[in-house]
Design a protein around this ligand. Sequence first.
Ligand code: NAG
Ligand code: NAG
Ligand code: NAG
Ligand code: NAG
Ligand code: NAG
Ligand code: NAG
Ligand code: NAG
Ligand code: NAG
Length: 459
Amino acid sequence: MKGTTTRAVVSVLVISVCIYTCIFIIFSSSHEPNFLLNSEYNGQEPSINRSSLNSQHVGLDQDSETEIQFRSFKIDDINCKKIIEGDDMEINKFINRTHDNIPDNETLTRHTMNCEAFRRIYGYDDIVNTEAEKQFPIAFNILLYKDVAQVEILLRAIYRPQNYYCLHVDGFSPDHVHKGANSLADCFDNVFIVSKTENITYQSFQRLQADINCMSDHLAKSDWKYLMNLPSQQLPLRTNAEIVQILKALNNTNYIECIVGKRIISSRYTYKYENVYGPGGHYEIVMTRKRHKDPPHGIVVVKGSAYGIFTRAFVDYVVKSPIAKDLLEWCRGVLSPDEYYWSTLNHNPHLQVPGSYKGKCPSTFLLPVYVHWFERGTNVTKCPGKVLRYICVFGIAALRQLINNSRKELFANKFELQFSYAAIQCLTEWLRNKTLSPQPIDDEFYRKLYSERTAPKIA
Ligand SMILES: *[C@@H]1O[C@H](CO)[C@@H](O)[C@H](O)[C@H]1NC(C)=O
Ligand SMILES: *[C@@H]1O[C@H](CO)[C@@H](O)[C@H](O)[C@H]1NC(C)=O
Ligand SMILES: *[C@@H]1O[C@H](CO)[C@@H](O)[C@H](O)[C@H]1NC(C)=O
Ligand SMILES: *[C@@H]1O[C@H](CO)[C@@H](O)[C@H](O)[C@H]1NC(C)=O
Ligand SMILES: *[C@@H]1O[C@H](CO)[C@@H](O)[C@H](O)[C@H]1NC(C)=O
Ligand SMILES: *[C@@H]1O[C@H](CO)[C@@H](O)[C@H](O)[C@H]1NC(C)=O
Ligand SMILES: *[C@@H]1O[C@H](CO)[C@@H](O)[C@H](O)[C@H]1NC(C)=O
Ligand SMILES: *[C@@H]1O[C@H](CO)[C@@H](O)[C@H](O)[C@H]1NC(C)=O
């Protein structure tokens, strides 16, 4: 109740300010086009006569409501440059600050009802796009289950008109998440909802199938070169132009992590796992006492990350090849098969999978994404943020480590909208600055990755 009342009061205030702003624009002789961009909502009740509102300006009013609200989400008094440079005074100012005016599903759903205004005001229409990027479209899978407002921030950070974005919303997610994602996707020709939705439980086969469903949909679009799958709480460390340059350096090969030896956790596939269904289609994954059969086609199991960088030909193979389908069937009995399927396909040279790796397991550098993991028993005070299930959720103090050229990964995981709000703003501001003045990066590191991974190692 209290929340509703507060929202009502805020709405009235915002609408009042809008009316005031519109009247000001209409009657002022100022031709400053950035007036709205620079205007600040000072929270004071404007003194105007409401009944003089002319109904023909209603469209404009909604526009400025979107504009004012969008601007109000910005933390004004932060100096991101100093934060990134590691200025302790500036970091300490924000490290424990909480933010109550942050984007939420309601606002986003309302704003995406007018796509033209949404795209213009949120900045989608004036994204800088180089010729090299236009010639090298990328397909993305984004798997989400909550917080569409955070997904919008991720989308905005990686959006280019020539790329493709498949959103898979977990079948178990509440209706409002599906509605929010649909409404967002409806504003773009190149953002779509997956055609087949999976109900996902942690470590389930369905998690892997969701990515494959998106891949299959992506194949209907003809011109993309590479595909990356992303979780929703991840953000890029590179601009799209830089990602394009790095993908080109991989020379049409996949980049998928390779883990063999002790870290392979063989109990996840030597025993058979099954879904046990309960009410509402909910299920648990249980380990049976039965031994799982060996993988088909003489395939040797290799472990890796659920997230990879896949060439178009690899994706085509995954969706169409009978061998890939046989391995996928085998994966139904495996726990966390997304951590085996990609890597196994990529590291069995006898299958001749497109873009796959021909030598022995290469270095374990994880190009797609930087994750700050904590092994059990290690010192978690080293996390510049907070620790959640052995992963560091990045806060404002993490930026100095993430944003300098010592990190070579394309993305970083994880950020939480509430907890990481200032960090998200600064990271995206820094990215946008780099987008506005694109500079080629030194791609020697990435070209070396490619040649190291393709050249078979001796011994
Ligand atoms: C507001 O405007 C209406 C119509 O223009 C007028 O009749 C009314 O007296 C005004 N009210 C005030 C408080 O100025
Ligand atoms: C932030 O909060 C933590 C935990 O409560 C505290 O240890 C630290 O001193 C605070 N930092 C600042 C700059 O206020
Ligand atoms: C926003 O999310 C909350 C829960 O997080 C939900 O109760 C509410 O219905 C959602 N509203 C919309 C418009 O999606
Ligand atoms: C890239 O791959 C092609 C085809 O496999 C090969 O001919 C070429 O030498 C590779 N380029 C580099 C720089 O290794
Ligand atoms: C997926 O979950 C939803 C929500 O619980 C349920 O309505 C639906 O039947 C489930 N679908 C399948 C295929 O289990
Ligand atoms: C953990 O790291 C912090 C900061 O580097 C250090 O002060 C602390 O003594 C370490 N604790 C342990 C148990 O190693
Ligand atoms: C990059 O991060 C490392 C590790 O935190 C730090 O030692 C180094 O000074 C940073 N470099 C720049 C240019 O900020
Ligand atoms: C981004 O560019 C603006 C305008 O030049 C500058 O004021 C700001 O400090 C830059 N932000 C970062 C994080 O470098």
